[in-house]
Design a protein around this ligand. Structure first.
Ligand code: FES
Length: 111
């Protein structure tokens, strides 16, 4: 199995996010968010305390699907830039993870 393959790009719907565990650690370490045609991947670690963001699996976004939210202290992040726009780590940013969509539609970690 190819450890760099996360899913098919269509498996992350518009306004949704999904976590992945490409290193097989037992919990998501990377998540992918889609806004329209744009996909971004971020490390699943809040810049405030370094903890995973969601309170349950794949719950990375607020109810409106407009912001990434950290469950620990409520920080909000822009899904496309990763910058914290509200909360205790205001101005800090999530760590980007390089991804690419291959011709077969598979979404992969970039080498
Ligand atoms: S750990 Fe994320 S806001 Fe505090």
């Amino acid at each position: 199995m190819d450890a760099t393959r996360l899913c098919h790009a269509n498996d992350v719907p518009d306004g949704a996010a999904r976590g992945f565990d490409p290193q097989g650690t037992g919990q998501a370490t990377v998540f992918v968010v889609r806004q329209g045609t744009q996909l971004r991947a971020w490390r699943d670690a809040c810049p405030h305390h370094g903890t995973p963001l969601p309170w349950r699996r794949d719950a990375y976004l607020d109810a409106a699907g407009r912001h990434i939210v950290c469950a620990a202290h409520g920080a909000l992040f822009d899904p496309l830039t990763g910058v914290c726009t509200l909360g205790p780590c205001l101005g800090d940013a999530l760590t980007p993870v390089a991804i690419e969509v291959h011709s077969d539609g598979s979404l992969r970690l970039a080498p």
